[in-house]
Design a protein around this ligand. Structure first.
Ligand SMILES: Nc1ncnc2c1ncn2[C@@H]1O[C@H](COP(=O)(O)OS(=O)(=O)O)[C@@H](OP(=O)(O)O)[C@H]1O
Length: 314
């Protein structure tokens, strides 16, 4: 007989790993064992239940990463996942594997939020998806790490990317002139970063050389907007978590034109993402958009094959 029936009742109790109740306590909603990453030795005692038991929170290396894609909806996904009591996510982008790798894993670990046993530590850095050395480096940290990629129509993604770039550097040439090596012949400049990032199959293949397909979960950036609870449900399943973030957490904000949170973590007020998320895009010559759609068609098909799903980008 358990002394803490309200706690033990949250533990997984059958092979299908269902949980019976929601615990009010962080760290007790896991429905499957997660990838292990060693904690550091600098523990902090955290008394969650005065008089009952003290729990140990520690900084650990992440067990899950949102690796991309830039402008895919990665911030929205991270903010939504943070509502889950068994997720501890770093708010900023640490860029460890692409920019700060020489600082070492101890530095990386020190960046992470403290987490209890059973909580999943995660971070998002969208550039990881496209940086050549990153898959091998992530693999060297952990073979079991769970990887999440939010993908979005590469043409819309490129325009979103350019909209962000021009908002910071207004003097750059037009999208139309940067997208082509030669506008007259119609030759696309696939090495221009906003276009190159959208070659998802190429980047995905690099990850698949290091990680099995079932360790990479793809989120549709489009569905993350049209059905956030549906996409979040699948991500929670992938992470082995109970589905705690559900449609009751979201409402559609007509002014913003996007789903927003009824009650974000640590607040009781509704909250939408900031002004840089969901910007009005610069308008692009429809003929250029048509050429880009043709350009991406074979790449998208190859990506659908690798993904085992069709994202419906036309
Ligand atoms: N709920 C909600 N609110 C606001 N924005 C949302 C939301 N869900 C997805 N998105 C889309 O997220 C796009 C930005 O993607 P990222 O967060 O990955 O951008 S970044 O790479 O971190 O800069 C952003 O792109 P733009 O619309 O081009 O600004 C949004 O379309």
């Amino acid at each position: 007989m358990s002394y803490y029936p309200h706690l033990s009742s949250t533990l997984c109790n059958n092979k299908r790993q269902h949980c019976r109740y929601n615990s009010p306590i962080r760290g007790l909603h896991r429905c499957s064992p997660g990838a292990g990453a060693k904690a550091n030795t600098h523990h902090v005692r955290t008394n969650l239940l005065p008089g009952l038991k003290s729990w140990t929170a520690a900084r650990r290396l992440p067990q899950a990463l949102i690796i991309g894609v830039k402008k895919g909806g990665t911030r929205a996904l991270l903010e939504f996942l943070r509502l889950h009591p068994d997720i501890r996510a770093l708010g900023s982008e640490p860029h460890f594997f692409d920019r700060h790798y020489s600082r070492g894993l101890d530095w990386y670990r020190s960046m992470m939020p403290k987490a209890l046993d059973g909580q999943i530590v995660m971070e998002k850095t969208p550039r990881y998806f496209v940086t050549v050395d990153t898959p091998a480096r992530v693999h060297a940290m952990s073979q079991d790490v769970k990887l999440i990629v939010v993908v979005r129509d590469p043409v819309t993604r490129a325009i979103s990317d350019y909209t962000q770039i021009i908002s910071k550097t207004p003097d750059i040439p037009s999208f139309e002139s940067l997208a082509f090596k030669n506008r007259t012949t119609g030759q696309i400049d696939s090495l221009w970063s906003p276009l190159w990032i959208g070659l998802y199959a190429q980047h995905m293949e690099r990850w698949l050389a290091w990680f099995p397909r079932n360790q990479i979960h793809l989120v549709s950036g489009e569905r993350l907007i049209s059905d956030p609870a549906g996409e979040l449900g699948k991500v929670q399943d992938f992470l082995g978590l109970q589905r705690i973030v559900t449609d009751k957490h979201f409402y559609f904000n007509k002014t913003k034109g996007f789903p927003c949170l009824k009650k974000p973590e640590g607040s009781s007020k509704p909250h939408c993402l900031g002004k840089t998320k969901g910007r009005t895009h610069v308008s692009i010559d429809p003929e250029v958009i048509r050429k880009l759609r043709d350009f991406y068609k074979p790449h998208n098909q190859r990506f659908y094959q690798l993904a085992g799903q069709n994202f419906g980008w036309h």
